[in-house]
Design a protein around this ligand. Structure first.
Ligand SMILES: [Fe+2]
Length: 271
């Protein structure tokens, strides 16, 4: 396949099996995923693939991964999955991949003429993200492979576009962000992320870093004192051309209401 190609970017599904009755969910994430799947099924041009950049489940439990597996079967296009801080590697591998083990889920491959590189930024027990030496080694090898093909990186935590922020849980840590910047500058067509629950594009060292709204909730970007959480969800339609990456943000139906607020003290206490 040659450029341009189109693909989708979903993120932060936060699927939770209904029998868990999880009261920390800020919306009906299963309904949001179903709405997204219906929109995707109704597309009159098939996406080359669907990248899902982590927080596949809300609690990382086997039941929720099994529920997710059934939903993913309803998406005809190839799926490219990444893990986020709400995921758990063991149950993910067991229920989605049919594998044992707790190793970071790092992989890459050519799909639709694009070299897609998936990193695993989750740190068990933490909200913020990091990359270990093995992942940087995998990334270095992947960047040297498939010469001539455009590269897209998928990772849950976005790089720290503001390394001086005191909200260290908001992103990949500053040291790993700096190392990543040195490696990817001029070498990738885009980085697809989630975690922040806000549709956001950063021009970062010449690379577009795209954060999807996700399918859980929306953190109101117009409120910086604490955190105002709203009910909006959505996903991205990506088109990669010779000239670069375009992302169109698809909103799902929502009321535009505030779901809850977290105090500044609570937000600063996250790690
Ligand atoms: Fe999330």
């Amino acid at each position: 396949m040659t450029l341009p190609i189109t693909f989708l970017h979903l993120t932060d599904l936060h699927i939770s099996a209904p029998e868990r009755g999880d009261e920390t969910l800020n919306g009906d994430t299963l309904a949001a995923l179903d709405a997204a799947i219906d929109r995707i099924a109704g597309m009159d041009f098939p996406p080359a693939f669907v990248a899902i950049s982590g927080d596949l489940t809300h609690r990382g439990d086997p039941e929720s991964y099994r529920l997710l597996a059934g939903r993913l079967e309803r998406i005809a296009a190839p799926k490219v999955l990444a893990l986020g801080n709400h995921d758990a590697r063991g149950p993910f591998r067991a229920e989605i991949l049919g594998q044992e083990g707790e190793a970071p889920f790092v992989h890459d491959g050519v799909i639709g003429g694009v070299h897609v590189i998936v990193l695993d930024t989750m740190v068990p027990g933490r909200i913020g993200g990091a990359l270990d030496a093995a992942q940087f080694a995998h990334l270095a090898a992947a960047l040297d492979a498939q010469a001539g093909l455009p590269k897209i990186v998928v990772m849950h935590h976005p790089p720290a576009v503001d390394p001086d922020s005191d909200l260290i849980w908001h992103s990949l840590n500053p040291a790993d962000t700096a190392r990543l910047a040195e490696m990817i500058r001029g070498r990738v067509a885009g980085i697809l992320c989630g975690h922040v629950h806000v549709p956001r594009v950063s021009h970062w060292h010449g690379v577009p870093v795209v954060v999807g709204n996700g399918l859980h909730d929306l953190i109101d970007p117009l409120t910086r004192e604490g955190m105002r959480i709203m009910d909006a969800t959505g996903f991205g339609l990506c088109t990669l051309r010779e000239s670069g990456l375009t992302v169109e943000f698809v909103q799902l139906p929502h009321a535009g209401r505030e779901v809850t607020r977290l105090s500044a003290e609570t937000v600063r206490g996250f790690r």
